[in-house]
Write a protein that binds this ligand. Structure first.
Ligand SMILES: *[C@@H]1O[C@H](CO)[C@@H](O)[C@H](O)[C@H]1NC(C)=O
Ligand SMILES: *[C@@H]1O[C@H](CO)[C@@H](O)[C@H](O)[C@H]1NC(C)=O
Length: 347
């Protein structure tokens, strides 16, 4: 297939160079529809889906899957100097997401991947300028109640701890004068006392919406996605956030459907599936994989009816794309086996 393709690319190049389309057209009629389309696109310079989405901007929704970073930076040509790097604790050690921020501009091409700025001390930044990012956004979205329970039980990040604001202050202190002060990078502290689960749920409610709609956040450094006192989101905010998911994202994945999401990403943007695409870099606890569900009875009937609107939109886009790109566990077998993913997860 690739030999055939490159032979035809030479033909196309020759035809274009000579100014005559004759040879090119004759050869095209011999090929299958899909290859024809690809050749036409290449001949007429139409960008691929990946090129059209660049520079890729990852909306890193909190608890939707940090390991998605590895699938993105290994997309073809995006981060040439990160091809053998896996962004995880094993490779980069403690505070690896903070360290990656400093590696990113070296490893990735600015015209292909948007690297968060060093001075953005806080993780899970909002989009900030939707107009500028529209069409280049990619992200995973998670069932709102699962997302919140996952955060509540995440003892590696202490999200639910009493006085979480102090942890945000530590993050600020870690980012000093354009570098990282690693003496402020703390190991997770087990057994800290937590706020009650419903109080936590209320403070995290609408968090995906917040990241999608808040603009010019840098002007308000105390207002941050993970700040328990950040502004509350309304149903109107959620409707706008859902519109952005439908219209502004070049790729939408679903945390619950991780394997299909990764397979879809590669079907759309190219590149082979890799084991690191499937690695759960931040499981909430040793015994809990990212794929098992939390028991929502813990929330006693409480629902995040703001982020539900966003999640429903994301699922709709995702399912539409599964159909449009012919992605199913069956059609993803090659992807899974290339990534040595023997066991297929179902959500
Ligand atoms: C947002 O991005 C647009 C398009 O790139 C730009 O014209 C505008 O100035 C930006 N707004 C802010 C507040 O930076
Ligand atoms: C790094 O953090 C430690 C602990 O808070 C502090 O004592 C030290 O002064 C900081 N270093 C710099 C360069 O800011």
């Amino acid at each position: 297939m690739s030999g055939l393709l490159s032979r035809h690319l030479v033909l196309i190049a020759l035809a274009l160079a000579s100014g005559h389309d004759h040879t090119f057209e004759v050869r095209l009629h011999e090929e299958s529809g899909a290859l024809q389309l690809l050749q036409q696109k290449l001949a007429f310079g139409e960008p691929t889906l990946l090129e059209a989405a660049e520079p890729i901007y990852w909306l890193h929704c909190a608890k939707c899957g940090s390991s998605f970073i590895n699938a993105l930076i290994h997309l073809p040509g995006v981060c040439p100097l990160a091809s053998s790097l896996v962004v995880d604790e094993q490779s980069l050690g403690d505070c690896y997401m903070e360290k990656w921020k400093f590696e990113c501009p070296e490893a990735c091409l600015a015209k292909k991947f948007f690297c968060p700025h060093f001075s953005d001390a806080f993780p899970h930044q909002p989009i900030d300028n939707y107009t500028a990012r529209k069409g280049a956004l990619v992200g995973m979205f998670r069932n709102p109640e699962q997302r919140i329970l996952s955060a509540y039980h995440d003892d590696a990040d202490n999200f639910a701890t009493v006085n979480y604001e102090d942890h945000l202050q530590d993050l600020l202190a870690m980012h000093v004068s354009g570098s990282l002060n690693m003496s402020v990078c703390h190991q997770p502290v087990p057994g800290l006392s937590k706020v009650p689960v419903l109080e936590f749920a209320e403070s995290w409610k609408g968090g995906m919406t917040y990241q999608l709609v808040v603009e010019h956040n840098n002007l308000h450094p105390t207002t941050q996605t993970l700040d328990p006192d950040r502004p509350k989101m309304t149903r109107a905010d959620a409707e706008e956030a859902a519109r952005r998911v439908r219209e502004g994202f070049s790729f939408v994945g679903i945390t619950e459907d991780w394997d299909l999401s990764i397979c879809l990403l590669h079907k759309m943007f190219g590149g082979a599936c890799q084991a690191s695409d499937f690695e759960d870099t931040r499981p909430s606890s040793e015994t809990k994989s990212a794929h098992a569900d939390y028991d929502i009875d813990e929330l006693m009937g409480w629902h995040d009816d703001v982020d539900r609107v966003v999640y429903d939109a994301a699922v709709e886009v995702f399912q539409g794309n599964l159909i449009a790109y012919g992605v199913s566990h069956d059609s993803c077998r090659e992807c899974y086996s290339h990534a040595e993913r023997g066991r297929v997860q179902t959500a």
